[in-house]
Design a binder for this molecule. Structure first.
Ligand SMILES: [Zn+2]
Length: 123
């Protein structure tokens, strides 16, 4: 049986046996084990985990005309509806087919209600 030395150096980190009274204790990690996977059914690739996708945001804002003014530009950049319920969003399938998707997701339940190619919607 190998004895653990009272002081062991790994790289630039010094580990000491026993607890130090001068160091603060680490906060317990908050691990949520009940988070359901968000599965998006890509029209090209089929059901995939949402970690393969890039979330762009709400799909409802439309870019104002060039001469629409500062208020319209500010509303386009910062104004979001953020509904509690179904919302249309843009997602990009970065890990596979690299397609932009127009997704309708319920923001309360994170259920995906519909998924279509953004190119089919003209947006
Ligand atoms: Zn895909």
């Amino acid at each position: 049986m190998r004895r653990i030395p009272s002081r062991h150096i790994i790289g630039s980190i010094v580990l000491r046996a026993g607890n130090s009274s001068t160091k603060r204790a680490l906060a317990p990690r908050q691990i949520c084990s009940e988070v359901a996977a968000m599965i998006i059914s890509c029209p090209h690739c089929g059901p995939r985990d949402s970690s393969e996708f890039y979330f762009r945001g709400e799909a409802t804002p439309t870019r104002p005309e060039y001469d629409a003014g500062t208020a319209a530009a500010t509303g386009y950049v910062y104004g979001r509806i953020n509904p509690a319920g179904p919302q249309k969003e843009h997602w990009y399938h970065a890990a596979a087919c690299r397609s932009w998707l127009l997704v309708e997701r319920d923001t309360r339940t994170h259920k995906f209600l519909s998924v279509t190619l953004a190119s089919e919607q003209g947006r």
